[in-house]
Design a protein around this ligand. Structure first.
Ligand code: CA
Length: 230
C-alpha cells in the first residue's frame, strides 16, 4: 500500500483549522475524513478505520483525550494530537492516553506533515524488532551487542545498549524518562533522571556527528527521548 492511499481522520471543531488540514492533507494525496465532535470521532473511527487520527483536545462535547482512550481500547492506529495546550502535564496526559505524537498549535505545515508521515511509517513497520540498526556512521548489532564505525569498534556499555533497545522497541515514539529508566535500569532507580541524562550524553558523544545537535537521539523537552532513524 502506498502512502497515497492512507486515510486520515481529522477530529477538529475549528472550521478554519479543519479546512487548512483538509487542503494540506489532500494535497499530499491522503484521504481525509472529518469529525467536529468527540461523539462523531468515535463513530467515524469505527466506521472508516482510518490509518491515522489527528485529534484536537478541546472538543465541544468532551475532551479529545477520551477519544484517544476509546480508540486505543480497540486499535493500535497511530494517533497524533494537534492541540493548543502547551503544558507538559497536558502532553503527558495525551501520551498516557495512548497518543503517539503531539504537535502544538499554531503548527507549521511541513512539521505536521513530517510527523504524520513518520507515524504512518512506524505503524507500517509495526513492532517487529530491529536487531541491526545504523545510527549515523555506526552499525549496531543489538543481538550480539557489537558496534562498529567502519573497521573501528565502538564500545557501548550494557546500560547504553539497554537504553538503545528500549528506544528501538518503542519504534521512534517518545519514550518518557520514567519509562526509559524503568526499562533500562529497573524499578529501583525510577527517580534518577540525572543518570539518564548522563547516559544519553555519553551515547550521543559516541554516536552522533554533533552531540550537541543530535539527529538521532532526540530530547523531547519535559517528556523524554526518542530515536529518530531515517
Ligand atoms: Ca478545539
Amino acid at each position: 500500500m502506498t502512502e497515497a492511499m492512507h486515510q486520515i481522520l481529522v477530529v477538529e471543531d475549528d472550521d478554519g483549522i479543519r479546512n487548512v488540514l483538509r487542503v494540506l492533507l489532500t494535497a499530499e494525496n491522503y484521504r481525509v475524513v472529518e469529525a467536529t465532535t468527540a461523539h462523531r470521532a468515535d463513530i467515524e473511527a469505527r466506521s472508516h478505520k482510518p490509518d491515522l487520527l489527528l485529534v484536537d483536545l478541546g472538543l465541544p462535547d468532551g475532551d479529545g483525550l477520551g477519544v484517544i482512550e476509546r480508540v486505543r481500547a480497540w486499535s493500535p492506529v497511530p494517533i497524533v494530537v494537534l492541540s493548543a495546550r502547551t503544558r507538559e502535564v497536558e502532553k503527558i496526559a495525551a501520551l498516557d492516553a495512548g497518543a503517539d505524537d503531539y504537535v502544538t498549535k499554531p503548527f507549521s505545515a511541513p512539521e505536521l506533515l513530517a510527523r504524520v508521515r513518520a507515524s504512518l511509517r512506524r505503524s507500517v513497520r509495526g513492532t517487529e524488532r530491529l536487531a541491526m540498526l545504523r545510527i549515523g556512521v555506526t552499525d549496531i548489532d543489538l543481538e550480539q551487542r557489537r558496534a562498529k564505525d567502519g573497521d573501528r569498534d565502538v564500545h557501548l556499555t550494557p546500560l547504553e545498549y539497554r537504553v538503545l533497545e528500549s528506544l528501538v522497541r518503542h519504534g521512534g515514539k517518545i519514550v518518557r524518562s520514567q519509562q526509559l529508566l524503568r526499562e533500562a535500569w529497573g524499578p529501583d532507580r525510577s527517580g534518577d533522571t540525572r543518570t539518564l541524562r548522563v547516559c544519553m550524553k555519553n551515547l550521543r558523544d559516541k554516536l552522533e556527528r554533533d552531540p550537541r545537535r543530535p539527529e538521532f537521539l532526540v530530547t523531547e523537552t519535559g517528556l523524554g527521548y526518542r530515536l529518530l532513524l531515517p
